[in-house]
Design a protein around this ligand. Structure first.
Ligand SMILES: Nc1nc2c(ncn2[C@@H]2O[C@H](COP(=O)(O)OP(=O)(O)O)[C@@H](O)[C@H]2O)c(=O)[nH]1
Ligand SMILES: [Mg+2]
Length: 200
């Protein structure tokens, strides 16, 4: 079954785990540091710039934001972690909500973990990958903002990532640019393929 990503609409926001939508469809979770490009990627996949709010000020997403994709699945835009300037209470609430999400037993199909191609993975990125590896959580690694790098720089950076990150043997990696629309079709095809059984 194919997914029409252009038919993505805003579902609503959840301030705690109880207000998330019913787990009646596959759910794809966007995780990663604040400002890594989660909202931009959702907009780019949906080909709709007005969908998810893209903030120039990092750390603005305070809640899990849900999108309905073609009535077939949800995108869950998690609050970004690691925004240094956020007040301590806000930071704690962020990470509590993220942790809550992952330990709640809520059913989700796949995590898209985003890392800015230009930056070395943060301690939180490494922790997140360890957590997913240990718990058998399926994920794709998505390196964002690849328009900022030449192909040679990209290859060099990917190689250095493999030295710090403990990848699943079969982990899927994607390099994307929301701005220049690079790598989006590959990512969409991989999501469709991944969800094939759940959607049929
Ligand atoms: N050059 C470039 N900038 C991007 C890209 N994706 C996002 N950005 C910029 O990065 C900033 C943060 O993006 P946003 O989607 O709000 O990140 P979020 O906090 O993870 O949701 C914004 O200023 C975006 O314009 C990209 O593919 N290329
Ligand atoms: Mg955002």
């Amino acid at each position: 079954m194919s997914i029409n990503f252009r038919k993505t609409t805003f579902w609503g926001v959840a301030s705690d785990i109880k207000s998330c939508p019913p787990s009646d469809r596959p759910e794809i979770v966007f995780s990663g540091k604040s400002n890594v490009g989660k909202s931009s990627l959702i907009n780019a996949l949906a080909d709709n710039k007005k969908l998810a709010r893209v903030s120039a000020t990092p750390g603005k997403t305070r809640l899990v934001v849900y999108f309905n994709v073609d009535e077939k699945l949800y995108f869950a835009d998690l609050p970004g972690y690691g925004y240094a300037k956020a007040p301590k209470e806000v930071k704690e609430k962020f990470s509590k909500l993220c942790d809550q999400y992952f330990v709640s037993g809520r059913k989700f199909s796949l995590v898209l973990h985003l890392i800015d191609i230009r930056h070395d993975p943060s301690a939180e990125d490494i922790k997140m990958l360890e957590f997913m590896n240990q718990n058998g959580i399926p994920y794709f690694l998505v390196f964002t903002k690849c328009d900022k790098f030449s192909r040679a720089q990209m290859m060099r950076q990917l190689k250095s990532f493999t030295e710090v990150l403990d990848f699943h043997d079969n982990a899927h990696c994607f390099c994307v640019s929301a701005e220049k629309k690079i790598g989006l079709d590959d990512l969409k095809a991989a999501i469709e393929e991944y969800l094939q059984d759940e959607l049929s």
